[in-house]
Design a protein around this ligand. Structure first.
Ligand code: SF4
Ligand code: SF4
Length: 393
């Protein structure tokens, strides 16, 4: 069957949504890409390259490449700062759209890439009231034209992503109270801005940095029992990057287990072991001391005694949580969530289709994934859409 006049709505403009949109467009499908924030690329586009002497396959550049593909593809229509309000089914699907609340706090990633309304289609929207510097060519939130409705949708790919764990919930660590306590995402922004790791308090290079793993994941007290899978390789790449850019910095990783991530990971892990210290223990709490340093306390497994160590900077490896809109989207699309709050797949052999025909899932809406795994999942989702539409590649 021909793909002429077939239309798919992709909800979410992160790496999975971009990949699904791109794959479908290459099969001559018209794609309507809905993104509620003011820029495309999600979290992946905010990550820095973590290459040291060689590429460490972090996948960050794949997000940039895919973003460029999508914005130059006329078969894909992008709707920024837009949310789906209602889905109607009368024969084909139709979607009512609404303007989302302006969310400009993470727009720096998109802006930093230099995209603007001069590209086609529009890529950066800013809210004047909360944006200190309006980038050249960006469009103000109040001026964007909203398309109210999309008709004749043949299928939907839901790729609305995840929410990073809110580190403030781990009250004993004191995130947002102590200057030099940051999350992995904060550290990405620090490296992007400064070209190396510096302390937020004074802009100096830290001499001792600790990474705390499993913040928000594998935590019975929080009811978050799942492993986020990406934060081990992610933290180790960040740690190696720190060591590469700041060779005099001592790094300590506090962990429960190190999650294996792919075929090259064991070799990389061995290198990390020679470059930094690993302590199999999750710290209890942190206190600020003189010079904005942080004193960390953990219980020694051998004798049960409390151990104290001082660091110039501490990085929290926050986990992947279900998207903040998941409940709303599951009701809107009439599809199920699993027990952890991610979207449930129809069966374990088909991890992109849902309980509803014509609605597919891609990327971290289904559960924690790396950039590469999200892209693979989105490609698989596009393939399932084609099968559903009765067209062959
Ligand atoms: S995969 Fe990551 S480390 Fe390798 S070149 Fe791309 S951004 Fe840099
Ligand atoms: S990937 Fe590592 S840091 Fe993340 S939850 Fe799993 S074990 Fe913990």
């Amino acid at each position: 069957m021909s793909t002429a006049n077939k239309k798919v709505m992709v909800v979410g403009g992160g790496i999975a949504g971009l990949t699904a949109a791109w794959e479908l467009s290459q099969l001559d499908i018209d794609v309507e890409l809905i993104e509620k924030t003011c820029f495309l690329g999600g979290y992946a586009i905010q990550f820095c390259c973590k290459a040291t002497d060689e590429c460490v396959t972090c996948g960050a550049c794949s997000a940039e490449d895919m973003l460029c593909n999508v914005v130059n593809e006329p078969k894909i229509k992008v709707h920024l700062a837009t949310e789906v309000e209602k889905i109607n089914k009368n024969g084909k699907l139709s979607a009512s759209l609404k303007k989302s609340s302006p969310q400009t706090d993470t727009a720096e990633g998109g802006v930093a890439k230099g995209y603007s309304k001069n590209n086609s289609p529009l890529l950066v929207v800013v809210d004047k009231s909360s944006c200190k510097k309006i980038p050249d060519g960006a469009v103000e939130f109040d001026d964007i034209e909203l398309q109210n409705k999309i008709d004749d949708i043949d299928a939907v790919v839901l790729a609305s992503g995840f929410t990073p764990f809110n580190a403030e919930i781990k009250g004993t660590y004191g995130y947002n109270k102590f200057n030099n306590l940051v999350t992995g995402l904060d550290l990405e922004h620090i490296i992007r801005k400064n070209g190396k790791v510096v302390r937020p308090s004074d802009g100096k290079e830290p001499k001792a940095v600790a990474f705390i793993q499993c913040v928000g994941s594998r935590d019975e007290n929080l009811g978050n029992l799942w492993c986020s899978q990406v934060c081990c390789p992610y933290a180790l790449r960040m740690a190696e990057q720190t060591k590469y850019k700041n060779p005099d910095t001592d790094i300590t990783i506090f962990y429960m287990d190190i999650q294996n991530a792919g075929k090259n990971f064991p070799v990389f892990y061995e290198k990390c072991k020679s470059d930094m210290r690993f302590v199999r223990n999750i710290p209890v709490d942190l206190y600020p001391i003189k010079d904005d340093k942080l004193e960390m306390r953990y219980m020694n497994d051998d004798d049960g005694l409390s151990v104290k160590e001082v660091f110039d900077m501490v990085v929290l490896s926050i986990g992947i949580m279900p998207g903040s809109d998941n409940v709303e989207l599951s009701e809107l699309l009439d599809i199920n969530l699993n027990q952890d709050g991610f979207f449930a797949c129809k069966d374990k052999f088909n991890r992109t289709s849902t309980s509803k025909d014509g609605i597919f899932i891609a990327g971290t809406v289904q559960g924690p994934k790396t950039i590469a795994a999200s892209m693979a999942h989105a490609t698989q989702a596009a393939g399932e859409v084609m099968k559903y539409l009765g067209v062959s590649k």
